[in-house]
Design a protein around this ligand. Structure first.
Ligand code: APR
Length: 320
């Protein structure tokens, strides 16, 4: 059986890390695409030269022509600009919306059967726009945010409880902004929900609240430390988990920005919710119940995403 083809549109910090991880996990042959000629070729060659040392078989190539993505099975989109200190994800909308238009056209022409994972921010609006520009079926395009936000929360929790990150599960839903919704009731250590762990004295409500807040601002914390760009290791690892679930039909249940058509009372938006990713793409949306506080947080997050969509429509009339 031929190897899968993975196209990475954007070969910057996240794109390069994605290529390396895809190689290490032998997910398939990798094409890096970028408008900055030389970068995708250079990163591809560099990673290919690491393969004999680490012992993985995959081909790497770089391109600045969309024809190179032809027939890709999976496409991961990071093309665009990242945040700098003082910027919110929403400040990127004008530039990155234009980028999504050209990426969408490239996908439509050369890889309309691919499973597409969008990472470019502001995520929930960019994945919505990319679906419109590419015309992809809504089960074949998702945004990467929830896996990353949940991973950040899991890291903070494991650190606080002094337990393995493997035994901590967490759900962070809603939009990928500062009003995302970390669901404490559905987050556990080995199946024990966090509120029970507060009762058991493993942590205090104040500390838990602080970890929730740190999760919400997790992206900004990295931007402020790096100063020259935004996070890339954890975002890349998160998208690779999603790609692997599709390519290997693992049917993992992962929080992703998925198209909703009535679930959670929402129609026509991409919002972070738990989904099953398998060979059919988005195979199922898992609808969890909210208590009134969670519902209020979720509604606030939805309102922010709707605001971004309206801004996109204002910038590009074709989306209205
Ligand atoms: N087509 C293809 N590539 C493009 C285009 C375009 N129209 N415009 C920009 N790029 C490329 C840039 O040349 C750069 O190599 O996208 C790459 C982005 O890489 P970085 O600047 O290193 O950004 P990165 O950290 O990888 O983040 C990319 O993901 O998390 C989000 O907010 C982040 O939107 C940003 C994206």
């Amino acid at each position: 059986m031929a190897r899968s083809k993975i196209a990475l549109i954007g070969a910057g910090q996240i794109g390069g890390t994605l290529a390396h991880l895809a190689g290490l996990k032998e997910l398939g042959d990798v094409v890096l695409f970028d408008i900055a000629d030389g970068i995708p070729q250079g990163k591809g060659l560099d990673i290919a030269e690491s393969a004999p040392v680490d012992g993985f078989d995959a081909k790497f190539s770089g391109a600045s022509d969309y024809a190179a993505i032809e027939g890709a099975d999976v496409i991961i989109v990071t093309a665009g600009v990242p945040r700098k200190p003082g910027m919110s994800r929403d400040d990127l909308i004008g530039i990155n919306l234009k980028v999504m238009e050209s990426v969408g056209q490239g996908i439509k022409q050369y890889a309309p059967n691919a499973f597409v994972i969008c990472i470019t921010n502001p995520l929930d609006a960019m994945v919505w726009a990319l679906q419109k520009f590419s015309g992809l079926p809504t089960n074949k395009i998702v945004g990467m945010a929830g896996v990353l936000d949940s991973a950040r929360f899991r890291h903070f929790l494991a650190d606080e409880f002094k337990v393995s990150v493997e035994d901590v599960t967490a759900f962070v839903l809603g939009g990928h902004g500062d009003d995302m919704v970390p669901l404490v009731r559905y987050s556990t250590v080995a199946g024990v929900p966090l509120p029970d762990l507060v009762k058991l004295g493993w942590t205090t409500q104040e500390k838990l609240d602080a970890m929730v807040e740190r999760t919400r601002k997790g992206g900004g914390e990295i931007v402020n430390l790096l100063k020259t760009g935004s996070a890339f290791y954890a975002p890349a690892a998160s998208a690779i988990a999603m790609a692997e679930s599709y390519l290997r039909d693992k049917k993992r249940v992962l929080p992703c920005a998925a198209h909703l058509s009535g679930q959670y009372g929402i129609d026509g938006l991409f919002i972070g919710v738990p989904i099953v990713i398998g060979a059919e793409g988005v195979e199922r949306v898992l609808e969890v119940e909210f208590n009134p506080d969670e519902k209020a947080m979720f509604d606030k997050s939805i309102a922010s995403v709707k605001g971004l969509i309206e801004a996109c429509k204002g910038i590009n009339g074709a989306l209205a």
